[in-house]
Design a protein around this ligand. Structure first.
Ligand code: NAP
Ligand code: GDD
Length: 344
């Protein structure tokens, strides 16, 4: 019998990679998408076929803020595995819409867990919760499963609720529920407003088309960046273990935003010069300013330094990433160039 997976957040970066991974593993995959006034299935259009064209991939309308839809979809699909990747996932935006972020990211998780319980499905379903290194926030690096949480945004605080409610339903009701505490992971499918994708898109346009300018916030925060394709493998592996546990997933290497800018310039073979300090820092290409700082991209509270220690996952899940920062950056640039050339 084929296993059935249900993915909340199927239209996002990770949802697309996870769907492809599970289909390759011969699962039947069901995804929940939100109603939107414009198309929001671009990342999964290559695998999505409607009812006229049968495949093992199905989409359903639903929303994590709508308990009824969550309960009804879980009942109808009767899955073996549920992956909760759905979230308002932008840290900066969470300061603008804190209540909505809490509703989706915190209570959305509770809605899924309680539906599993209410429907009497706890012995059938395994549950994965998309936790985040943002929960470590201001805690000193390196961070692992034993590090204290210290959230620094409404997003991180909401995800912390989701983390603990997942632990609570595991301990209280014996649900097979795991928290993946994933550090930043990127890809060509990354949302346009996250810093790596924003840098790659702008610098490729500047390099290929000779137009555009990039405005950034804090150049000096450090992140532990991996490739989404590697990280969805870890999600799946967590649900294949004998016991449900929580795992940190990370590359174990840390780079600043400015390092990432310089790396992309190096790949594109463009030579920039940095001048100035603080909000007056700028990057020049052939004497012209191509990067400036805009205060609006600073956050009220910043997470300065994330660096993951994923030894537990590497030992118990036998997980290790194929990509490093260089191959990740190259993949993002190669795809971006294809996109630009396709549109020309
Ligand atoms: P993403 O690209 O922003 O995708 C988020 C997904 O959630 C999208 O499918 C989005 O739908 C959906 N969603 C948003 N609000 C929803 C709602 N009210 N009801 C149902 N679905 C909703 O995020 P990602 O990078 O793939 O990340 C996947 C998960 O991992 C998220 O929970 C994120 O917080 C977490 N995480 C990500 C990282 C990372 O570095 N990428 C690291 C740690 C944890 P639309 O397409 O319609 O917007
Ligand atoms: N988005 C953005 N835009 N970030 C900028 C910019 C900018 O113009 N300029 C500097 N930054 C800095 C941010 O202040 C932050 O320190 C860093 O770049 C990374 O920002 P994001 O790419 O937005 O990612 P994030 O680290 O805040 O959050 C991502 O990773 C988390 C895991 O640690 C998201 O994917 C979260 O959903 C995820 O949980």
């Amino acid at each position: 019998m084929k296993k059935i997976a249900l993915i909340f957040g199927v239209t996002g970066q990770d949802g697309a990679y996870l769907s492809k991974l599970l289909l390759k593993k011969n699962y039947i995959v069901h995804g929940v998408k939100r109603r939107s006034s414009s198309f929001n299935t671009e990342r999964i259009d290559d695998i999505y076929n409607d009812l006229h064209n049968k495949t093992n991939f199905y989409l359903h309308y639903g929303d994590l803020t709508d308990s009824l839809s969550v309960l009804k979809i879980i009942k109808k699909i009767n899955p073996n595995e549920i992956y909760n990747l759905g979230a308002q996932s932008h840290v900066g935006v969470s300061f603008e819409v804190p209540e909505y972020t809490a509703n989706v990211d915190a209570l959305g998780t509770l809605r899924i867990l309680d539906s599993i319980l209410t429907l009497g499905m706890k012995d059938r379903v395994k549950f994965y919760q998309a936790g985040t290194s943002e929960m470590f926030g201001a805690s000193k690096p390196p961070q692992n499963e034993k590090t204290n949480f210290y959230p620094r945004s409404p997003y991180a605080a909401a995800k912390l609720y989701a983390h603990w409610i997942t632990v609570n339903y595991r301990e209280g009701y014996n649900i097979f529920a795991c928290n993946g505490i994933l550090f930043n992971h990127e890809s060509p499918l990354r949302g346009e407003t996250f810093v790596t994708k924003k840098i790659v898109s702008a610098l490729c346009k500047i390099s290929l088309l000779g137009k555009g300018k990039l405005y950034l916030g804090n150049l000096y925060s450090k992140r532990d960046w991996g490739h989404a394709q590697d990280y969805v493998v870890a999600m799946w592996k967590m649900l294949q273990q004998k016991k449900p546990k929580d795992y940190v997933i990370a590359s174990g290497k840390q780079y600043s935003v400015k390092y990432f800018v310089n790396l992309i310039c190096h790949i594109l073979k463009i030579k920039i010069n940095w001048k100035g300090k603080g909000i007056n820092e700028k990057a020049y290409l052939n004497g012209k300013v191509i990067i400036s700082i805009d205060k609006k991209y600073f956050r009220p509270t910043e997470v300065d330094s994330l660096l993951g220690d994923s030894r537990k996952a590497r030992k118990e899940l036998k997980w290790k990433p194929d990509y490093n920062i260089q191959s990740l950056a190259k993949d993002m640039v190669t795809q971006e160039i294809k996109n630009i050339n396709g549109k020309k």
